[in-house]
Design a protein around this ligand. Structure first.
Ligand SMILES: Nc1ncnc2c1ncn2[C@@H]1O[C@H](COP(=O)(O)OP(=O)(O)OP(=O)(O)O)[C@@H](O)[C@H]1O
Ligand SMILES: [Mg+2]
Length: 341
């Protein structure tokens, strides 16, 4: 009996944990002028029902901001439901978002199931990777936004929902609209309050405090000693471009705490044209290698080499998943078998 109770209790705790936002603005790190004004702007728009569209490269803190906005709003005691639109197969996303009635499809639960919008009633729904949503689902979402009601898949009842929508993407949605892969009407409905997060390379002043913060946090978590980052290494950190942004920085610090060594690809950075307004340096840009894809390919090769072809470590250092790295290696025909020791 006790076990059964415990099970129920655990289940409910898990449920509560899933519906909670943990980040608040006071936990967001950054002192650079531009970033501070973004935080101020985000605080100002927190307590509203208007839709927010957060854009920014991978690892810039889109989810962190979405949670902080919810926690600064009067909905803070209600649920925060996050849905990764890119991770749910397209044939399941509608029933995931809108729910379904009993018998809607084979395998449908008895009594049907509530969707994320119904679950988020009174609170906030975070629609992550909105740029991955199919055009068909976009139509459904538009209807929910415009009419404030959902009807479950296989049902006809209209269920009113009061939900604040925060969407996020690392794509340029305007460009997706131009290409015809994102609906213009939905884009305007979502982009009522635009919130653009800068990549780390555009707020380099924040790198030292982020390094300190993660060094102390990670060494505590792993029960290991802090690694001293001297000025020479900090300069390399400032020169490095951080394509995986804060997530990459966090992973690099974790790697350093574990290995007590700075990864080679960061130590070997040479100051190039990109930083500051150094005219002489700017003119030294090599026009043959300006294509972003070439830069990405070369960077991947460099990082893989510095980890002797170890894909897990290289992916971690770049702040991307192993599968993403595999995909990119396939795309660029990178063979790491010769890099192995
Ligand atoms: N300003 C910040 N201060 C401290 N930590 C941050 C900040 N911004 C982001 N982080 C940390 O960086 C990591 C990535 O943040 P987050 O998941 O919000 O990025 P994202 O923009 O959603 O990335 P993706 O597009 O890949 O999903 C998290 O571990 C988060 O804790
Ligand atoms: Mg995210």
């Amino acid at each position: 009996m006790k076990n059964a109770n415990e099970k129920v209790y655990r289940k409910s705790v898990r449920k509560i944990a899933q519906g909670r936002a943990i980040y608040s603005f006071d936990k967001i790190i950054g002192k650079s002028k531009n970033f501070v004004s973004i935080i101020e702007y985000a605080k100002k728009i927190s307590d509203s029902t208007s839709t927010v569209l957060i854009t920014g490269e991978s690892g810039t803190g889109k989810e962190v901001f979405a949670q902080a906005i919810h926690n600064a709003s009067s909905r803070r005691d209600k649920v925060f439901i996050a849905v990764n639109c890119g991770a749910i197969p397209s044939n399941l996303i509608e029933s995931e978002l809108l729910g379904y009635e009993e018998g809607a499809f084979t395998g449908a639960k008895k009594g049907g199931n509530a969707g994320k919008f119904e679950m988020a009633h009174g609170g906030t729904i975070f629609l992550d990777e909105i740029g991955e949503m199919s055009l068909e689902t976009q139509v459904r979402l538009l209807r929910v936004i415009e009419e404030g009601v959902v009807s479950r898949v296989g049902g006809s009842k209209q269920i009113p929902v009061d939900v604040r929508i925060i969407a996020a993407t690392n794509k340029d949605l305007q460009e997706e609209v131009n290409k015809g892969s994102f609906r213009k009407d939905l884009f305007y409905r979502l982009n009522v309050i635009p919130l653009g997060l800068p990549p780390l390379r555009e707020r380099k002043e924040d790198i030292p405090i982020l390094v300190d913060y993660y060094m102390s946090r990670i060494s505590k978590k792993l029960n290991k000693k802090q690694f001293n980052i001297d000025n020479r290494v900090m300069n390399k950190f400032l020169e490095y471009e951080w394509p995986g942004n804060i997530r990459e920085l966090e992973n690099v610090i974790e790697l350093i705490v574990n290995t007590e060594k700075i990864p080679d690809y960061i130590l070997k950075i040479h100051k190039t044209s990109v930083v500051g307004n150094n005219k002489a340096a700017e003119s030294s840009i090599n026009f043959e290698s300006m294509k972003l894809e070439d830069v990405e390919k070369n960077h991947i090769i460099k990082v893989l080499k510095s980890f002797s072809g170890n894909i897990s470590l290289a992916a971690k250092a770049m702040g991307i998943g192993r599968n993403t790295l595999y995909r990119k290696m396939e795309k660029y025909h990178i063979d790491c078998s010769e890099m192995e020791q």
